[in-house]
Design a protein around this ligand. Sequence first.
Ligand code: ZN
Ligand code: ZN
Length: 249
Amino acid sequence: MDQQPPHQVTESQPIAETSRGHYILEILGIVSFFMLALLVGTEVYQGMATFGYLWLLPVIAVIAYLAADFISGFVHFLADNFGSSEMPIIGPGFISGFRDHHVDPKGITRHDFVDTNGNNSLVSLPFMLLAWLVVPIETTVGGYLFGAFFLLVSLAVFLTNQFHKWAHMEDPPSFAVWLQRRGLILSEEHHDIHHASPYDTYYCITVGVWNPLLDQTRFFERTERLLRRVIPGADARLRVEREGSLNER
Ligand SMILES: [Zn+2]
Ligand SMILES: [Zn+2]
């Protein structure tokens, strides 16, 4: 690490890292996430009864898990490299979480269930609401298959920061270690590559299956250059060119 953590706290000692208002918002986000997942899931279940295609569901589950891993990497890449903690709405609760995580990587291990999973729930809500309102899940085969895919992606996105937390824990639950050893969720050794300066690769944090390919093809470097060209007023230099190893807040 290039910078000392701002405070030394033991793993068991909870600290208030989010405001009370944001914490309540996170609770509401998690409750709303599960309510919408239940509504979409009920329609998928009805689609199952009408259209079948049960044999396709394991295939859809694998594709959905891979999609969630890619989404985790892309969102993480955006939050690490664009915007600031002072931005309205997404700044304080979302971008700051990613930036603080580079300064104090063990901070995530002190987060409770709400702090760990609240932000991902909140980010998922508009998409889930849209899918539930717009996609004809019960009435068309395409809608049903997309609904099943979408529900599984949402659940994997929800689990992502929990997997990320386990990758940072000294002593994660034994079933998490079992999954990590089989490469089914993000492992500490794999994620350590992202936490090495200058923090510009291995962004995917559900399982990390895309990371070697995206690293070899310099996907995120190319994407950052492209975005900096098209975003009005953006600094043309990459973040690592501007500030070296550290994320500015
Ligand atoms: Zn990061
Ligand atoms: Zn991390």
